[in-house]
Design a protein around this ligand. Structure first.
Ligand SMILES: [Zn+2]
Length: 328
């Protein structure tokens, strides 16, 4: 199963199985740890017989897209949020029978206050109300408060996490490859992580050490592929193709938002095929020649993009001969 399939199952099945219990009980830390490790092993393709290398810290995968993660969400937070919902209902819905019953048995704070994590939740606002010590958090931690409300006030003094790029015109497995590439968490970086490799030279050209930059940008095979892609789209190939600019979908000013997204899809699919070719060289000792890769990219990108696009039909002949026309 591809990374995309596993990510979808992870979010839709493994994260929801215990929703009922999560909304009623405070889950013990040991259980949360076990459940998170099951999700982590599944995501990286391991099973009961063994685990596989975790290329990115699990905590970072749980983060939202804006913070560079894959928007999976932590089970602990989900548990707290679901329990918090009861707390919210208990405080706001004072007329319902269940609220009256709990109040009569446990008092105004009810038993919910004793739940770990909820015990310190403020009734009103986290920052402005005094709910811990004798001052509000806003006064105790003014810098953090400014950061929370308006991140720009700190100017360039902080480094924001690299946002996860998103493109719904292509399959998840391609998106995840780009995500891993931008984080430099591919097999090519293994030697830098202390894993002994048979060879650290580029398996495609054998002319340089293998790295993410080399594989996707400066390898002669990749350069050839990129120049053909740019030519197909009638774009000028930048003098120096910069790794950090790839995948951003930068394009001409005449392109529409959708057009930029379509061009970005092609860039990502191109990277996917460069990676596929590299793996063929490593595991089967054979690769494609650039014209064949271009044909594969043209066919696959047409299939993926045209099937996912709404309210627009893409003509195969135009796609092959002048795709920029579709994107204005
Ligand atoms: Zn190379």
């Amino acid at each position: 199963m591809s990374f995309g399939g596993r990510l979808t199952l992870l979010k839709s099945v493994l994260s929801s199985l215990r929703l009922y219990y999560f909304s009623l009980y405070s889950v013990p830390p040991s259980v949360l740890k076990l459940l998170e490790s099951v999700r982590r092993i599944f995501f990286w393709g391991g099973d009961l017989s063994g685990t596989k290398i975790s290329w990115v810290k699990w905590e970072n995968i749980l983060l939202p897209y804006e913070s560079g993660g894959l928007n999976v969400g932590s089970l602990k937070n989900k548990n707290l949020a679901l329990l918090g919902k009861w707390w919210w209902r208990f405080k706001t819905d004072t007329t319902s029978l269940w609220t009256k019953l709990i109040r009569s048995i446990y008092g105004i704070d009810s038993g919910l206050r004793s739940v770990d994590g909820l015990a310190h939740l403020p009734i009103l606002g986290t920052w402005k109300d005094i709910w811990c010590d004798t001052s509000s958090f806003k006064d105790l931690f003014p810098r953090l408060f400014r950061l929370d409300r308006n991140i720009e006030v700190l100017g360039n003094s902080i480094v924001l996490p690299k946002k996860t790029l998103h493109n719904n015109l292509i399959p998840k497995k391609v998106e995840i490859l780009v995500w891993k590439t931008r984080k430099k968490r591919l097999r090519v970086e293994l030697d830098k992580r202390g894993v002994d490799l048979y060879s650290t030279r580029c398996p495609v050209c054998d002319e340089d050490l293998e790295s993410v930059e080399h594989l996707f940008v400066s390898c002669k095979f990749s350069k050839d592929v990129w120049s053909r892609i740019f030519k197909w789209w009638n774009f000028n190939l930048p003098q120096n193709l910069v790794f950090s600019d790839l995948f951003l979908g930068k394009s001409t000013s005449t392109m529409s938002t959708l057009g930029t997204k379509i061009w970005q899809s092609v860039e990502w699919i191109c990277a996917y095929y460069i990676w596929k070719n590299r793996n063929m060289m490593v595991f089967q000792n054979k690769g494609w020649i650039p014209p064949v890769v271009i044909s594969e990219i043209q066919v696959k990108s047409f299939e993926w993009v045209s099937n996912r696009i709404k309210d627009k039909t893409i003509d195969w002949h135009v796609w092959l001969t002048n795709p920029s026309l579709i994107c204005t």
